[in-house]
Design a binder for this molecule. Sequence first.
Ligand code: ASP
Length: 446
Amino acid sequence: MSVTRLATTIKVAKFGGTSVATAAQLLKVKAIIEADPLRRLIVPSAPGKADAKDTKITDLLYLCRHLAAEGQPIDPVWDKIAGRFTTIVKELGLSLNLTAYLTEAHDRIQGGANADYAASRGEAIHGRIVAALLGAEYIDAAEVIFFDRAGRLDPRSYAAINDRCKGSGRYVIPGFYGQAVNGDIKTFSRGGSDVTGAVVANGVNAALYENWTDVSGVLMTDPRIVAEAKPIAEITYKELRELSYMGASVLHEEAVFPVREKGIPINIRNTNRPDDAGTMIVAERDPGHQVVVGIAGTKGFTVVYLEKAMMNSEIGFGRRVLDAFERLGISYEHSPTGIDTMSVVIANKQLVDNGQVNKIDQIIEDLQGTVKPDVIKVVPGMALIATVGQGMNHAVGTAARLFTALAKARVNVRMIDQGSSEQNIIVGVEEDELARAIRAIYDEFA
Ligand code: ASP
């Protein structure tokens, strides 16, 4: 019999690199945690950049590992790492002695420990500082986060976390790493503390996964294009995935699955503006008046356009076209079709072979031989824009508003794909019209 465990009231709070970069930032973190007794599981990153010219501790650690692998002394770089940690401890006035942890990490990295071990020490050591600051219990992530043979998260981690965090106090679990099958330390990919936070939230059946960073939530669009872009109040996991896929970078890609599985909402918050509500990422939302939740675009696509009379009645045409791409090992992004037309949109990086764009000639040759189109055209330099919002394909007039806005801004729409997810409308425009197009769509829907 399967038993559904009820969600607890526990909140998991993950703090990113900039949130924990200095003693001053850590004092903000402490105030945030102490403001809410439900914030009981804390997942910190390693110290990130204190300012634009600074270097992340994780990057310095990878550098140490690189020096060690070349047989060089790591000390010049190591001294910076150790210096940053000891300054933080001193400025916070903690009676924590880091010597043993620092010496062990130094000696193992110099002695040839693997890159994952080296990189993980940023979180491992910083976690001790955060625990001392909060008077919380420190749990080494290698005790509770496990990877399977294929290097993926082992679901045993969930139960291990739940068992280990049974007490009523606060726990600090450093982000980014865990234990591989052979007992070695292994990390997630870069930015992976987001994943640890999500796994911990799943493990303890948290009511909420707070992800504290340096922006007040996910913005409706890229602020480099629309400086005044508003933060999104509420977005579904699926909508976020559509936006992220098209270039919006918010959370680590793998951070959504563990919480989505249990319907735990994620709240993106700003450590520097803790009163801002941030963005709630949820399973379902009521779109209300907000049909469009966000707009994201990326450059770097090529469209192969095919035309053939009576294509729609030619059985197997679409399959033969896509087969040609498969034979050359090219995966495609979209393939909108018309009655006698079909386009295949490919990311340029798929066309690059040994550093040179050369697969396009091969694809044309193949298609001419196998599907014998009347017309075949290649349109390079395309950008794709996803306008995202749950159910927007049903909201009468949404597409009309989108295309009128683009027409008014004199943007030439080269491709349209409504997508079967009913969450988005994707348009292809020339790369130099990307910013103008995004601006126009934002102005229409924001
Ligand atoms: N410190 C790691 C990185 O820089 C992981 C993280 O911060 O999430 O990638």
